[in-house]
Design a protein around this ligand. Structure first.
Ligand code: NAP
Length: 432
């Protein structure tokens, strides 16, 4: 592939994938988008921390070979395009990359890079780990109980964007067709003349690949449970189907590696509750992964009141969006919440900060670089460079435990030392 604005660095090699397995050379080329606003300060700090972690773990044997690709304001200023085609091409070709936050200009003018990448590369999982680092200010009593990973479906559900605006011709047309074909269903609409309409497609394939990714990841990482989140009591053929297809997939593809609440229900019906409880206990004792489900409203209460009941989540798009932000709030919030958008079949992955560009702090070197750094930690782990990822974790744990933190934590901690973005990177590196 040839590039005109992107400079492909010398001395690096491509990450490739065979049968869903990543092959990572010792000098992988990693495309990165610096990000707008505070993205510049954050990226500078993050790159140093990630390079230091790799060096700490592998000496000169391994090295990340960074390749800048462009999007957002920087791309617009330099190349007159908010999202040059080459950027998509680079992520497609080099498989694994990372991005800082990007401005979304109000009033249009730019297609959202996230949406473009998600669509282009079919990044069907949004993975958001949520864990607490000792010393991080938290609004809950036992933040140490929160150690969860959300697998959020990224390509369907109400987010598909099929909407008909009230008053528009398409809305009228849609309602006419709907009324003619499904008069009984149409009659359920309380105020039909003034209703906007949205569609919520949820498929077998979309559900299965998401649940499969969550279960595989949970097994590989020796987690205890995968919880399917849904509102199936109300939306039976979308949310309820997600639950049913999820259980079916777990039993069909993972057999004796898992024990499902569906099996428990069946045993209970056939042989009674006591037998079902014993069966579950024995299965979990033997190291099987528990597959269970929870209704999407109560999960917000239970993740606060009994956090230890939860581990990995498999969720639909909207539920996962709400849940991952709510969980992040328990462990220190937006400044350190990482994420990754991944296609576990093709290997394509883009790791990213979950916060925005925080423009009022741009170029002041003050914000917390933790979200991008921990997204980098996820990326290293995804590449199989676990020792380097561990070094990043030691760095952030050490810096926070020493109460050397950026302004956002400083204002909530007693007796802490306030560092700027680059000093926080230094503090992390020193603690690796
Ligand atoms: P934001 O940039 O996330 O900032 C909101 C507030 O969150 C900040 O004022 C700050 O709080 C805190 N914050 C954000 N990043 C932080 C960090 N690294 N360290 C410490 N605190 C941090 O949200 P916004 O102001 O609504 O959006 C600004 C721009 O970002 C918009 O153009 C939006 O479209 C874009 N955006 C991009 C992405 C993305 O690229 N993934 C995501 C969301 C928003 P305090 O004021 O309390 O210090």
């Amino acid at each position: 592939m040839s590039y005109t604005i992107i400079k492909v660095p010398q001395g690096g090699e491509k990450i490739t994938v065979t049968n869903g397995e990543l092959k990572v050379p010792n000098n992988p080329i990693i495309p990165f988008i610096e990000g707008d606003g505070t993205g510049r300060d954050i990226w500078r700090a993050s790159q140093r921390v990630l390079d230091a972690a790799v060096e700490k773990a592998y000496g000169s044997k391994r090295k990340l070979v960074w390749m800048e690709v462009y999007a957002g304001e920087k791309a617009f200023t330099q190349f007159n395009s908010w999202l040059p085609e080459e950027t998509l091409q680079a992520f497609r070709e080099f498989l694994v990359g990372i991005k800082g936050p990007l401005t979304t200009p109000i009033g249009g003018g730019m297609r959202s890079l996230n949406v473009a990448l998600r669509k282009e590369l079919d990044l069907y999982v949004c993975q958001r780990p949520v864990r607490w680092f000792e010393g991080v200010p938290s609004p809950v009593k036992r933040p140490q109980d929160v150690d969860m990973v959300v697998f959020r479906e990224n390509t369907e559900d109400i987010y598909t964007g099929i909407e008909f605006e009230n008053g528009s011709d398409d809305n009228k047309k849609f309602k006419e067709i709907f009324k003619a074909a499904f008069p009984k269903e149409f009659a359920k609409i309380r105020f039909p003349d003034t209703s906007g309409i949205g569609l919520k497609p949820v498929s077998v394939e979309g559900t299965e690949r998401l649940v499969r990714a969550a279960i595989k990841w949970a097994l590989a990482n020796k987690r205890k449970s995968v919880t399917l989140v849904h509102k199936g009591n109300i939306m039976k053929f979308t949310e309820g189907a997600f639950r049913n297809w999820g259980y079916a997939l777990a039993e069909k593809e993972f057999g004796d590696k898992v024990y499902t609440w569906q099996t428990w229900e069946k045993t209970k019906a056939d042989k009674g509750e006591e037998v079902a409880n014993k069966e579950q206990e024995a299965a979990l004792k033997a190291g099987r992964l528990l597959i269970k489900d929870v209704i999407a409203d109560i999960v917000f209460q239970q993740t606060i009141t009994r956090a230890t009941d939860f581990d990995v989540f498999a969720t639909m798009n909207l539920n996962g969006d709400y849940l991952s932000d709510a969980l992040a709030a328990q462990v220190g919030g937006i400044g350190i919440a990482p994420g990754g958008n991944i296609n576990f079949d093709t290997g394509h992955a883009v790791f990213e900060a979950t916060h925005g560009t925080a423009p009022k702090y741009a170029d002041k070197d003050v914000v917390n670089p933790g979200s991008v750094i921990l997204s980098g930690e996820m990326m290293l782990r995804y590449m199989g460079w676990g020792e380097a990822a561990d070094a990043v974790v030691r760095g952030i744990e050490g810096a926070i435990a020493a109460k050397t933190v950026t302004y956002d934590f400083h204002r909530l901690m007693d007796g802490a030392t306030k560092l700027n973005t680059s000093q926080f990177a230094d503090a992390m590196i020193a603690k690796m």
